[in-house]
Design a protein around this ligand. Structure first.
Ligand SMILES: CC(C)(COP(=O)(O)OP(=O)(O)OC[C@H]1O[C@@H](n2cnc3c(N)ncnc32)[C@H](O)[C@@H]1OP(=O)(O)O)[C@@H](O)C(=O)NCCC(=O)NCCS
Length: 160
């Protein structure tokens, strides 16, 4: 197991129902994270960090406007122990085989998440009023899709 992960913890693929239940159980974490728990039903690929039988964090991608879009959240009392990074590494291993890129939206003020994404290779596609649009490309076609998305974001006026 990786840094900060105690022996009774493990990473596994959670069902969409258990992700939804986990997201519903969060409260304080919602400061920067406005994810409708019901959207977990559309999750294509996910990795979950379990503390015993309970989920302590989830990273997943769901389909939105034809693109695989990332979400990641770690329960507040488990944050800062390397779990977010570990979950994203596991997610990327799975996504690499299934998707050409992953995209995400993050609040600029969410410095922890922005630092995590940058350090994992996500590039900024555009910058809105309060949010950043980022992408991680797994191959050349993913790069083409990211460039297309960048044009769409700029032409739609979402980016400044
Ligand atoms: C963002 C989040 C998923 C990160 O998970 P985590 O388990 O706390 O993060 P990790 O411990 O794996 O740290 C990953 C990176 O985050 C950054 N980080 C961690 N703690 C930080 C802190 N106190 N201040 C700034 N950056 C920090 C670092 O870049 C760190 O990199 P390192 O591994 O080189 O130290 C978690 O904070 C979270 O769930 N936040 C609320 C939900 C959210 O904002 N999700 C993203 C929505 S787009």
């Amino acid at each position: 197991m990786s840094s900060g992960v105690t022996p009774e913890c493990h990473v596994a693929v959670p069902s969409n129902e258990s992700i939804e239940q986990f997201l519903r159980s969060l409260d304080a974490e919602k400061e920067y994270f406005h994810f409708d728990p019901a959207l977990a039903r559309g999750t294509l690929t996910a990795a979950g960090h379990y503390a015993g039988d309970s989920l302590a964090g989830v990273a997943g991608v769901r389909r939105h406007c034809g693109f695989p879009v990332l979400y990641v959240v770690v329960r507040q009392d488990y944050q800062g122990r390397g779990i977010g990074r570990l979950l994203m590494e596991r997610l990327h291993e799975q996504c690499r085989k299934r998707h050409r890129l992953i995209v995400l939206t993050v609040e600029k003020a969410n410095e922890r998440a922005v630092a995590l994404y940058r350090s994992m290779g996500y590039a900024t596609l555009g910058c809105g009023q309060s949010e950043l649009y980022m992408a991680l490309c797994f191959d050349a076609l993913g790069g083409v899709a990211a460039r297309l998305l960048r044009v769409l974001l700029w032409s739609s006026g979402k980016c400044r």
